[in-house]
Design a protein around this ligand. Structure first.
Ligand code: COA
Length: 164
């Protein structure tokens, strides 16, 4: 029976967090706001600094001892007073066994405990697995739409919200 756990990353987990984030960007380049080149260029200390912040939480899914997924909760800077769910990714070999759902649950629990009244996210219009994941957790479309920055502006997104 496979063992799946969700772990909150601490500052000493910076190298681990960087490794799985880079793997996510390589595998799903159009699913995230930043690019592989941008995150490769971040100074090593920046990964640790982010994990030291009390205003954000990064979770990694571990399957039988291997890091296979991640998600981050942080302030959603475009709507004051809102939490955001960012960087959701599960490795292809570990999809559809519940890791994504558990990562969403961890970020939602963090946002609720931090006192946010709502959590927002942006998801690609052409990303049925992610839309199914968020819909299964009760995230509903807000009507706000956007696209990734050029040259990836062909990737259109819509915002979803969960009231906490
Ligand atoms: C989206 C993603 C994180 C889903 O992770 P996952 O671990 O496979 O998701 P889960 O197994 O927890 O599934 C959660 C729900 O979504 C549904 N779902 C997941 N993948 C699906 C698919 N390919 N087709 C239909 N439904 C799907 C599941 O049926 C489940 O629904 P339920 O709770 O009602 O049973 C994963 O496919 C991924 O990393 N994709 C690439 C990166 C990406 O798109 N990230 C999102 C950026 S916004």
């Amino acid at each position: 029976m496979p063992t799946l756990t969700i772990q909150r990353m601490r500052p000493d987990d910076a190298a681990r967090t960087r490794a799985i984030r880079l793997r996510a960007l390589e595998e799903a380049p159009d699913a995230f706001g930043t690019t592989l080149a941008e995150d490769l260029a971040r100074p090593p200390d920046a990964w640790r600094t982010r994990l030291e912040s009390a205003d954000a939480a990064t979770y990694v899914a571990v399957l039988d001892g291997l890091d296979i997924g991640m998600a981050t909760g942080a302030s959603y800077e475009w709507v004051e007073g809102s939490a955001g769910l960012f960087g959701m990714w599960v490795a292809p070999e570990a999809r559809q066994i519940g890791a994504g759902g558990q990562l969403v649950d961890a970020v939602v629990a963090w946002a609720r405990a931090a006192g946010f009244p709502r959590i927002l996210l942006d998801v690609g219009d052409e990303n049925p697995p992610a839309i199914a994941l968020y819909a299964s957790r009760g995230f509903e479309p807000t009507g706000v739409t956007s696209s990734l920055p050029p040259p990836r502006d062909h990737v259109t997104e819509h915002q979803r919200r969960l009231a906490l």
